[in-house]
Design a protein. Structure first.
Length: 607
């Protein structure tokens, strides 16, 4: 995490060398004074990247024989020497502010009016402020979208549940219905099994039924029995519902109604999980195998028939309602009295459960209740969806790409990440980063009115050499040092104009290249890339967005710091004075419009 979170000046960890140091005034002065003005043969951290000063570099002191115009071209134009980035060599050290681009006024649940004066910190703000900011961002990106209010409410509910550390579904009231967030623990229906036998003489039927539940993530707490239930809605026989009382193992739970004449338990129920932590690692997520009796839950008199709908429901306490979080329909003509034990199985591959990839009714599967060995895998649809609330504050605002943009409990079968997540490459979400933040300068200053943020890099003015110093920008997929990603950012702004918000960086294709390397950036053999979570999902959106996520706290599209190179000369060949000055306007407001002089550096006179 030290490599993800940018630490403000004054709070470094004791005796810990930070992997990234924000550019400060000393960098700006050194670059401006030495590289642009008085190019001595000294190396700065920028020049560690290679030959930063090609042959033909201009030197000071300069005489008055017309070469002064070369300095002007060098600073302002790109044609003199493209290797020096020239006009884009404008800002290393920067100061910008947490602002709201346009004033927004909202009415919260209490009926009071709240005016948002600066960007909303999603880790600390109330739901009303988050909802208003999301709606404003969506409206700015596409003012003709008629579904902005609904999208803003659903994203808000999912975002709050992604961040908070409880197991209670967030409910946002209003509009035409309630909107429910996506919360831990994540449970899914994973298998339906039966065995039906017929007595050849009496023609009596004997049937056993089983329903398996699957919890993909060991770190999730056990579901509370008062908050979860199985509901069986049958076409002709009695409907049933049953509280879920978790047993079995950490990840698997089986509800079983067994007739001894058609046994299922002994041959087909086995609570053996190949990925289960051993006793030696029982501290992992507080897990202890001995806490689970490895027994099935009795279905009692519950039965299901062809055409029945089996649903897993969760109680939303604040709304006093039950929410269907998962369901599956028993296929017609699936149950037959042939004595064969059959099951319908869901693809349990990492991060595919939410896509509802079930085997077809015609595919005969042997029950694998209580374990994942031999379960159905849909090989034709490999896409995965990172679908697990972190239950912690966002470390960087780029993690918005992990949030669902729709109701996570009604995801259509075989949906793709672009259909359900806040797709950071989709232009409708690009303005979110101008309204939402995880950085609150007041946390570091103690002043609620503080809005200034030092040290972030302005992607509209910084040269590729500076952008390449950002974390995870310095290596390609094979671990070879390069600043290709940084150069691509500069090329796009030169071709299409300045970035309107940091979300526009997601349109730089090279930043998403980790999703094209066919490598699990956490678990594969070396060389491996960084990842945000210890999943086994290969080339998912998490990897595509990884570089942007890691730099999203460190970059901006605004500047409040400007550098001036001032030269005064008396006559054509008379005496002259040169000064480098840095100005900061971050404290300018309606009552005080003075710009601060941050630093002034005299440049030696020609001799």
């Amino acid at each position: 995490e030290r490599q993800v979170v940018w630490r403000y000046p004054g709070e470094p960890e004791p005796n810990q060398a930070l992997p990234y140091t924000p550019f400060d005034l000393s960098d700006e002065l050194e670059l401006r004074y030495r590289v642009l003005l008085n190019d001595q043969r000294l190396d700065s951290r920028l020049e560690n990247w290679g030959q930063f000063r090609p042959k033909g570099t201009l030197w000071t002191p300069r005489d008055a024989s017309g070469q002064l115009s070369d300095w002007f071209r060098r600073v302002t134009q790109a044609g003199l020497d493209p290797n020096l980035a020239c006009r884009t060599m404008a800002t290393t050290y920067n100061m910008d502010r947490i602002l709201l681009p346009h004033p927004v006024t909202v009415v919260n649940a209490a009926g009071t009016t709240t005016s948002l004066h600066k960007m909303v910190n999603v880790n600390t703000a109330n739901m009303g402020d988050i909802r208003a900011a999301v709606a404003a961002a969506l409206a700015e990106a596409d003012p003709n979208d008629l579904g902005i209010a609904e999208k803003a409410v659903q994203i808000t509910a999912n975002l709050v549940d992604y961040i908070d550390d409880d197991d209670e579904i967030t409910v946002v009231f209003g509009l035409s219905s309630n909107y429910y967030g996506f919360e831990r623990p994540c449970l899914y229906l994973s298998e339906l099994a039966y065995r039906q036998m017929q007595d050849p003489e009496t023609k009596a039927l004997y049937t056993s039924y089983a329903i398996e539940l699957y919890r993909p993530y060991f770190e999730d707490r056990d579901p509370c029995s008062a908050d979860w239930k199985i509901v069986i809605d049958n076409p002709s026989i009695e409907d049933r519902e049953l509280d879920v009382i978790w047993s079995g193992s950490r990840r698997f739970h089986v509800l079983l109604a067994e007739d001894p004449a058609a046994p299922l338990r002994q041959d087909y129920v086995s609570f053996q999980d190949a990925e289960e932590p051993t006793v030696g690692t029982k501290a992992l997520f507080g897990y202890n195998p001995g806490d689970y009796p490895r027994t099935t839950q009795d279905l009692g008199q519950a039965r299901f028939e062809a055409g029945a709908t089996i649903s897993l429901q969760r109680r939303a306490r604040s709304a006093g309602k039950w929410v269907i979080v998962d369901s599956h329909r028993v296929p017609d003509a699936w149950i037959a009295p042939d004595g064969v034990a059959r099951s319908l199985q869901r693809d349990l591959s990492p991060n595919k459960s939410i896509r509802r990839l079930w085997a077809s009714a015609t595919q005969t599967s042997v029950p694998g209740l209580g374990h994942a060995v031999g379960n159905y895998v849909d090989l034709d649809r490999p896409e995965v969806i990172q679908a697990h609330p972190a239950n912690r504050p966002l470390r960087s605002i780029g993690e918005l790409g992990m949030i669902f943009a729709r109701n996570a409990y009604s995801v259509p079968e075989a949906s793709l990440p672009v259909d359900v997540l806040v797709d950071l490459r989709n232009p409708i979400y690009r303005r979110l980063f101008s309204y939402l933040t995880v950085i609150d300068p007041a946390q570091y200053t103690g002043r609620d009115t503080e809005t200034r943020i030092p040290g972030r890099i302005n992607v509209n003015t910084a040269p590729a050499f500076v952008l390449a110093q950002l974390p995870w920008m310095q290596y390609n997929a094979n671990g070879i040092p390069t600043y290709d990603k940084a150069a691509a950012i500069v090329v796009r702004r030169n071709n299409f104009g300045p970035y309107q918000g940091i979300g526009d960086l997601m349109q730089v294709d090279l930043l998403g290249a980790l999703a094209l390397d066919n490598r699990d950036n956490r678990n594969d053999d070396v060389p491996r890339g960084p990842d945000l979570t210890p999943d086994k999902a290969r080339d998912d959106f998490e990897e595509r967005d990884l570089v942007f996520t890691r730099i999203s706290n460190l970059v901006t599209v605004r500047s409040d710091v400007f550098t001036a190179y001032i030269l005064v000369r008396i006559g054509t060949n008379g005496p002259e004075k040169r000064t480098l000055a840095i100005f900061d306007r971050s404290r300018v407001n309606a009552t005080d419009r003075r710009v601060r002089l941050v630093a002034r550096w005299p440049v030696p006179d020609p001799r």
